[in-house]
Design a binder for this molecule. Structure first.
Ligand code: HSE
Length: 317
């Protein structure tokens, strides 16, 4: 497959354009705060990269994002990579922002990881997965105030990922055939920074132990294809109790989704989107998405839904 497409300028000089998609991701999945995330098959941003004489130039369309490179997450990651790798030239990054910012669907991670992935391809930097994650995290930490690697790992690797921070590593799990997701995004905005500052600074050992058990069950359920274990594994006693206030009618929504057959419902990242994991043979993703859409519409809250199988990570178009 042709991966590096050459274009010609008006002066007949050839230049390379790298075009990629960078997917939405849903972090935490209940028990895995800052550790678990799932890549979604939609929505996704489209980004293209081309070398320019110097500096970082951002061209954006879709949901509004800053045009100044320093203030733009992709721009900021690009600046850091150019400087760390000693690259003399610059880059123009065109972004079709399809993932709504402040949605809990990894919009900033898609920009950060997309930039790292795109520059790696454009300048043939040969960065490995951990280095890509490290550069992507710089963008996340600058704009959300915390160095979390969950969204960027799923965005780069695809599927269901787990991360360890010390040492920094990410692993992508094989998924059961039946696994689907349904996401509902109500028309409210949540700043990751604010949602993180609401979290407790410390947790009781008993809560930690219960959450660790849920996390172990979620991984076991995914690896062995056991829907019951996934059901147990989406519980959470640490972040969800304090963050559910940012999600309209969260407990009722969860009851409605589970009653309709969802394996569980969790706040997606810092919200307000919520994600249900589903079994395609009973209450699949599309059906549960419809239930959640009706739930919010009945309460006068506009929303959008997404559903499908887990998606790939960043890839070349
Ligand atoms: N794990 C992060 C959080 C994800 O929950 O704050 C942010 O999207």
């Amino acid at each position: 497959m042709q991966r590096r497409e050459a274009f010609y300028s008006s002066t007949e000089e050839a230049f390379i354009v790298i075009r990629i998609t960078s997917p939405a991701t849903s972090a935490n999945l209940g028990s895995g705060f800052d550790v678990f995330a799932l890549a979604l098959s939609s929505p996704a941003d489209e980004m293209s990269f081309r070398e320019i004489e110097d500096g970082v130039r951002i061209v954006a369309e879709g949901y509004p994002i800053p045009a100044s490179a320093e203030e733009n997450i992709a721009g900021y990651v690009a600046i850091r990579i150019l400087s760390a790798k000693g690259i003399d030239s610059g880059v123009e990054i065109s972004i079709k922002k399809r993932i709504r910012p402040k949605s809990g669907l990894g919009s900033s991670a898609a920009s950060a990881a997309g930039a790292a992935y795109g520059l790696n391809e454009l300048f043939e930097l040969d960065m490995d997965r951990e280095e890509l994650i490290r550069f992507s995290m710089l963008g996340e930490s600058r704009f959300s105030g915390a160095e979390h690697a969950d969204n960027v790992s799923a965005c780069l690797c695809g599927g269901f990922t787990c991360v360890s921070y010390s040492p920094l590593k990410a692993v992508s799990l094989p998924l059961p055939e039946f696994l689907e997701y349904a996401v509902v995004l109500p028309e409210v905005e949540v700043e990751t920074r604010a949602a993180r500052s609401a979290l407790p600074r410390s947790v009781a050992l008993s809560s930690h132990v219960r959450n660790l058990g849920y996390a172990a069950f979620l991984i076991a359920g995914i690896l062995t294809g056991d829907p019951d274990a996934i059901r147990t594994g989406m519980r959470d006693e640490i972040a969800t109790p304090v963050r559910s206030r940012y999600v309209p009618h969260f407990e009722e929504l969860r009851s409605a989704a589970v009653k309709a057959g969802a394996l569980g419902l969790a706040i997606s990242g810092s919200g307000p989107a919520c994600i249900a994991l589903c079994d395609s043979s009973s209450g699949g993703g599309r059906y549960i998405a419809g239930i959640m859409k009706d739930f919010y519409r009945d309460r006068g809250i506009e929303c959008v839904t997404y559903s499908g199988k887990p998606g790939d990570g960043c890839k070349l178009l």
